[in-house]
Design a protein around this ligand. Structure first.
Ligand code: C2E
Ligand code: MG
Ligand code: MG
Ligand code: MG
Length: 290
């Protein structure tokens, strides 16, 4: 059987597929173990005012460092977790850690929110909104201490997205549309759903200063968002040129390596204290519209 397959030229392909399948299975098992042992952590990336660079919130990004594999990017292990039905566990872990950090930040005197990413399978069972509310109560946090990020495609294809959004909005929590511009969707949801902020995908930010057509798309997106009463975050800002351009286009908030990489909690606290020091002298009263 194998020899026959080899002659048709499919043998190598099949082996590679088997190995990939095996690797994926092994990775899922390793992830299961990491979840059991509480070995996932979060990194926090500051989101700052595009003009003053003052911190407004931080995005929680899940981190998994496996003893064998080292750092495994979320883009790699989250799809596997989703497929293996582990996403509810991952998300509960992430929510616990993110809400803990939201509380910690408050105790340290930083009035900034933590925003949490959710994925499609999180919205299926209809319990998530309840669990979010519960976590606020247990930690005695106001709803403004946490924000929710959901991608555009999830908004359109995730069946319960609307119900979930309305429930979370009812709590008083802000909702952000992540990776805006990559979902190939209609914009109809923008008037149906209680969204507060659009996050322009990194792919647009990166081409902003080199591709005139991208610049037009970004400028129009910001304009449209403002007319709809929404805020705009530009993701993946890496250069001063990009920032300058975004300021010209009246982008409200920015996030990216230019400001800070995602940081472990302890480093975030240092970063925030330093940012607060730097902001102290020019504590002017004239902050237009913010
Ligand atoms: P995202 O929500 O769009 O997060 C932004 C990603 O861009 C992060 O990658 C961040 O590290 C990266 N980034 C930020 N600034 C820059 C920059 O200036 N340049 C470049 N090149 N990259 C930048 P990360 O942490 O690898 O996360 C990738 C994606 O995985 C996230 O995209 C999000 O969709 C998903 N994700 C991360 N954490 C979670 C989580 O806890 N739950 C869920 N459901 N998804 C998560
Ligand atoms: Mg995000
Ligand atoms: Mg994004
Ligand atoms: Mg992304």
């Amino acid at each position: 059987y194998r020899a026959k397959k080899a002659r048709t030229g499919f043998e190598v392909y099949d082996d590679a597929q088997d190995r990939d399948a095996w690797d994926r299975l092994a990775m899922v098992e390793a992830l299961r173990l990491a979840l059991d042992r509480g070995q996932l952590s979060l990194a926090f990336q500051p989101i700052v005012d595009a003009r003053t660079r003052r911190p407004r919130s931080v995005e929680a990004l899940v981190r998994w460092i496996d003893p064998e594999r080292g750092f495994v990017p979320p883009d790699v292990f989250l799809p596997l977790a989703e497929h293996a039905g582990l996403m509810p566990l991952v998300t509960r872990n992430v929510l616990d850690l993110a809400f803990d950090e939201a509380r910690e930040l408050r105790q340290l005197g930083h009035e900034i929110a933590v925003s949490v990413n959710l994925s499609a399978s999180d919205l299926i069972d209809g319990r998530l909104e309840h669990e979010i509310a519960q976590r606020l109560i247990v930690r005695d946090l106001p709803a403004s201490a946490v924000k929710i990020e959901i991608t555009e495609s999830l908004l359109v294809h995730g069946g319960r997205a609307t119900e979930f959004f309305l429930a979370v909005r009812e709590l008083g929590m802000e909702l952000l549309v992540d990776d805006f511009g990559t979902g190939y969707s209609s914009l109809a949801y923008l008037h149906d759903l209680p969204v507060s902020t659009l996050k322009i995908d990194r792919a647009f930010t990166n081409r902003l200063t080199t591709d005139p057509r991208t610049a037009i798309i970004v400028a129009s997106t910001i304009d449209m968002a403002h007319r709809l009463g929404l805020n705009v975050v530009a993701e993946g800002v890496e250069t001063e040129d990009e920032l300058a351009r975004l300021q010209t286009e009246n982008c409200d908030l920015i996030q990216g390596y230019l400001i800070s990489r995602p940081l472990p909690a302890a480093d975030l606290h240092t970063w925030l204290s330093t940012a607060a020091e730097e902001q102290r002298p020019p504590e002017t009263s004239a902050q237009p519209g913010r």
